[in-house]
Ligand binder design. Structure first.
Ligand code: IPM
Ligand code: MG
Length: 360
């Protein structure tokens, strides 16, 4: 048994509410399986800026380095949108944290819970049984390439963001994706824009060169525009998708809708010594403090934390099973509400999942 120190970074907006529910689930796991997790809270994002003058305060960074895993809520909000870029919650905290911790792989599983088959805007027959793993490169590409703006003599400005990859950055994410595919249905789709972008052409070369090491994995390549279309046309085509940072950002939001709500999708960012686990949705300032956000994505992120950082597979499954159970019983937060279901708030959903873990 390793040490189980969890840095808890609730952040802004709905962050604290949803993190509260994930903590309830983790506490049930402790009780049921006889573990002891040590939680330490840190400030991040706009709340870090308000309290300490920086969205990623030094003590938060130290806390992360001294932990075994990080449970992250969400950052950002209109209050901090007009700050200089380096002090904004996203560019000043989340992205540097990913980079600093070497979290080059972002894993976003997309599944359809049978109870939610009608919650998606897509037809049930299109999404039934769907199980996709989006693997997004997280510390390179457009997000981290050189960017800037310069004034032009003739008037106006020149602005630029650079998409840039080194071979090893593609190799390590591709390897992880092949390995993930090996453990699943053995199908890997590498998504790029090789008909236009040089980075994509090299991405494809690297992925192809690695393919012979994984003869049991069926590899195909798809352009990002086609992939976006195929995701809504015939999503069951996909098993594991691996792609560049920006492409992955976009298609994971799109793929989340297959599962009914952005509020259902968890993620794990791994590759360094310490993993970071967060829902894929943002801080939803419009509903912050109203006790109506869906906490399931965050609860499922805590489940991923147990699996990927602590190797506690049974504990992870216990949380997933509890979520399925509560949904099967018909309980829904407003984002998933349908006729004939029982409406619950954030807190109640958290309580029910926590209780279900203990019963399960
Ligand atoms: C995500 C988010 C972030 C990203 C934002 C908040 C910077 O959209 O995790 O997908 O673009 O990576
Ligand atoms: Mg995103």
């Amino acid at each position: 048994m390793g040490s189980y120190r969890i840095a808890v970074l609730p952040g802004d907006g709905i962050g604290p509410e949803i993190i509260g529910q994930a903590l309830k689930a983790l506490k049930s796991v402790e009780k049921k399986f006889g573990h002891q997790f040590k939680y330490t809270e840190g400030l991040i994002g706009g709340s870090g800026y308000d309290a300490k003058g920086h969205p990623l305060p030094q003590e938060t960074l130290e806390l992360c380095h001294a932990s075994d895993a990080i449970l992250f809520g969400a950052v950002g909000g209109p209050k901090w949108d007009s700050l200089p870029v380096h002090l904004r919650p996203e560019a000043g905290a989340l992205l540097p944290l990913r980079k600093e911790l070497g979290l080059y792989a972002n894993i976003r599983p997309v599944q359809v819970f049978p109870a939610l088959i009608n919650a998606s805007t897509l037809k049930p027959e299109v999404i039934e049984g769907l199980d996709i793993m989006v693997i997004r490169e997280l510390t390179g590409g457009l997000y981290f390439g050189e960017k800037g703006r310069e004034t032009l003599q003739e008037g106006g400005i020149r602005v630029y963001d650079t998409m840039e990859y080194k071979t090893y950055e593609i190799e390590r994410i591709a390897r992880l994706a092949f390995q993930m595919a090996q453990k699943r249905r053995k199908k890997l789709t590498s998504v790029d824009k090789a008909n236009v972008l040089e980075t994509s052409r090299h991405w494809r070369e690297v992925v192809n060169a690695m393919a012979p090491e994984f003869p049991d994995v069926e590899l195909d390549h798809m352009y990002i525009d086609n992939c976006s279309m195929q995701l809504v046309r015939y999503p069951r085509h996909f098993d594991v998708i691996v792609t560049e940072n920006t492409f992955g950002d976009i298609i994971s939001d799109q793929a989340s809708q297959l599962s009914g709500s952005l509020g259902m999708l968890a993620s794990a960012s791994i590759g360094g010594k310490i993993g970071l686990y967060e829902p894929i949705h943002g801080s939803a300032p419009d509903i912050a403090g109203m006790n109506k956000a869906n906490p399931i994505a965050t609860i499922l992120s805590a489940a991923m934390l147990l699996k990927y950082s602590f190797n506690l597979d049974a504990e992870c499954e216990a949380i997933e099973k509890a979520v399925t159970g509560v949904l099967d019983m018909g309980f829904r937060t407003p984002d998933l509400m349908e006729d004939g279901k029982k409406l619950v708030n954030t807190d109640e959903m958290g309580d029910m999942v926590a209780e279900q873990i203990l019963k399960g």
